[in-house]
Design a binder for this molecule. Structure first.
Ligand SMILES: *[C@@H]1O[C@H](CO)[C@@H](O)[C@H](O)[C@H]1NC(C)=O
Ligand SMILES: *[C@@H]1O[C@H](CO)[C@@H](O)[C@H](O)[C@H]1NC(C)=O
Ligand SMILES: *[C@@H]1O[C@H](CO)[C@@H](O)[C@H](O)[C@H]1NC(C)=O
Ligand SMILES: [Zn+2]
Length: 295
């Protein structure tokens, strides 16, 4: 039986508790330093594949609020499926889509096998295996409640190359496949220098500078080796140091950083123009790529 004394005591404790809560939230509002860091709703997990040979990355991106998740370029199912199965079985994610950056087998070659285990639509370029939907340039779709994705067509490495710009509030990331690497760009297999110049210098360069870059491969060390032959600046020296000390560089650099350390995004740099003997951006792009292919 609850006595009046007990009842009064619990009412007293409850109002004390409410007062403390009120005080602490007010304190947080008045003192931003005491406020807990705003938790990032967009969670990005890198899944390295063919380490030591292709050095590819698949990416699992989850909207933490709804747990809806997409898997980008799950090209090597033995390295990706166990992670997807664990996370779906435990209820940590609800997988909703496969997303492909382009049709090459080391990006879209895992689609058929993944489909045997998960019934999912495939968003990707027109030549991707089993693709169900190719988004228009600059069209958008959502992942869960928080993430807005914008598809950016960047034809050159392949004609069906698409980069995906993910935004969750202030948090921004772009998945660039083999179009833009940290400190480099993809080979012009199906396109030309005009198209790569547009992809890098117009389409990707127009993203906010604080957009983090997640490329399809870990190629940074080799890219820096080439960049140092073409240009000496502080940004390239910093990238060199970072890539010597860290095995993985994806997500550590932004579009703003690329404009400083990526020679393919500096085709109007007079030092580079002098070295390659051209001043038109497209000619600089073409010559840089030829030099890199030979290096
Ligand atoms: C580059 O490719 C585009 C698109 O296919 C084409 O319109 C253009 O003429 C090409 N430019 C050169 C210099 O080959
Ligand atoms: C990129 O293109 C814009 C507009 O065409 C130009 O103003 C800018 O200088 C270019 N940047 C590079 C790095 O070529
Ligand atoms: C090159 O283009 C970039 C981006 O438009 C611009 O910020 C920079 O000032 C340009 N550099 C030169 C040397 O024109
Ligand atoms: Zn490729």
């Amino acid at each position: 039986m609850i006595s009046t004394k007990h009842l009064l005591l619990s009412i007293f404790l409850m109002s004390l508790f409410t007062a403390v809560i009120k005080r602490s939230s007010q304190g947080n509002l008045l003192n931003p330093i005491a406020r807990p860091a705003i938790s990032r709703a967009m969670h990005i997990q890198s899944i390295p594949m063919w380490e030591g040979t292709g050095n590819n990355y698949a990416y699992l991106v989850t909207d933490d609020k709804s747990k809806e998740a997409v898997i980008i370029d799950p090209a090597n199912p033995p390295e990706v499926l166990p992670i997807l199965k664990d996370k779906t079985d435990s209820g940590a994610i609800k997988l909703s889509k496969i997303i492909n950056t382009h049709h090459h087998h080391d990006h879209a070659g895992g689609n058929s096998e993944i489909l045997k285990h998960f019934k999912l639509p495939i968003i990707g370029g027109k030549d991707c295996d089993k693709v169900t939907m190719t988004p228009d340039h600059k069209s958008t779709f959502n992942v869960g409640e928080g993430i807005k994705v914008t598809a950016l067509h960047t034809p050159c490495h392949t004609q069906d190359s698409i980069c995906y710009f993910f935004e969750d509030g202030a948090d921004k990331a772009v998945f660039t496949g083999d179009t833009l690497f940290i400190g480099g760009c993809g080979r012009f297999f199906e396109g030309n220098a005009t198209e790569m110049h547009k992809a890098l210098n117009e389409t990707l360069a127009s993203l906010p500078d604080d957009t983090r870059v997640y490329p399809g491969h870990e190629y940074t060390k080799g890219n820096v080796r080439f960049a140092k032959k073409v240009l000496n600046n502080d940004a390239i020296r910093k990238l060199d140091e970072y890539s010597q000390a860290n095995k993985e560089t994806q997500g550590k650099f932004t579009i703003g950083d690329e404009k400083q350390h990526n020679v393919f995004m500096r085709v109007n740099d007079s030092n580079i123009q002098q070295l390659v003997g051209h001043d038109k951006p497209v000619d600089v792009m073409k010559t840089l790529r030829e030099m890199k292919d030979r290096s």
